[in-house]
Design a protein around this ligand. Structure first.
Ligand SMILES: [Zn+2]
Length: 262
């Protein structure tokens, strides 16, 4: 949660912004303390605002099984020129979660290679569409298809907006059924089932480009942020809405799912 607070403190950080450069430097500084390989995946995205340079970051923890599992989330915030949108939960929480997960990873042994992915460009600039939004994940899915990483990717677990103090993860229905049910069963067996709702929803997020290429993927998202989701994409998305408990709940479940994917 402290990492998420730090992320929000950089202010609005849409793709290509100096604030996102600063956050990226912070993420790289934290990853440099750990026992992992760091990969920069740079590309230029064609957006409604014109070409914008974007950078995905990947922390790689090698394994021996020949298979890999990715845990991902986005680190940029939505371009919202009319308001001061700092995205403590939407962008900040996923960033903080992934940094802490990376720290934990560097103290554990997994048979599968673990790829922790910080996506740029999840958000759209105009109305959400096939060509506007999911820039980083579309790019990385194509890159991993070309270099055959996808062929050994057993699963991708994406997290988004998981920092809300009233945590309720939706049963996201684009997600691959066996993987989603593994997450829900694991949460229940850890005594954390109350945070993983029965409520079904269809949410397009950074898991979609991987699903389209045949990868088993699940999206863990709490899409009820404030009364009637009123904190979502507003100036209300600030660090006071976050709870360390929510990060811990999702972290415990994801770590156990990674173990069961061995
Ligand atoms: Zn968003």
């Amino acid at each position: 949660m402290q990492h998420a607070r730090r992320a929000a403190a950089f202010g609005p950080r849409p793709p290509g912004s100096p604030a996102l450069d600063e956050l990226r430097a912070y993420i790289l500084g934290e990853l440099a303390k750990l026992r992992c390989e760091v990969i920069r995946d740079e590309f230029t995205a064609n957006t409604p605002l014109g070409p914008i340079k974007m950078v995905n970051l990947i922390a790689r923890f090698p394994g021996r099984s020949g298979r890999a599992v990715a845990v991902s989330g986005h680190y940029e915030t939505k371009w919202m020129p009319d308001i001061r949108f700092v995205g403590a939960n939407d962008g900040g929480a996923s960033t903080g979660f992934l940094l802490e997960l990376a720290r934990v990873m560097s103290h554990r042994e997994f048979r599968n290679e673990i790829l922790i992915v910080f996506f740029d460009g999840e958000e759209s600039f105009g109305p959400w569409s096939e060509n506007d939004g999911l820039y980083g994940s579309r790019h990385l899915a194509a890159r991993w298809a070309a270099d055959s990483t996808l062929s050994r990717l057993r699963a991708l677990i994406n997290v988004d907006m998981i920092g809300d103090h009233e945590l309720g993860i939706l049963r996201e229905m684009h997600s691959t059924a066996w993987l989603r049910e593994l997450v829900w069963r694991t949460a229940s067996e850890l005594g954390l089932g109350r945070y993983f709702l029965d409520q079904a929803a269809w949410v397009e997020d950074d898991h979609i480009p991987f699903l389209r290429r045949g990868v088993s993927a699940v999206n863990l998202i709490d899409f009820d942020y404030g009364p009637r989701n009123s904190f979502w994409h507003t100036e209300q998305d600030t660090p006071d809405k976050l709870s360390a408990v929510s990060f811990a709940v999702v972290g415990r479940v994801v770590l156990e799912v990674l173990r069961r994917l061995e």
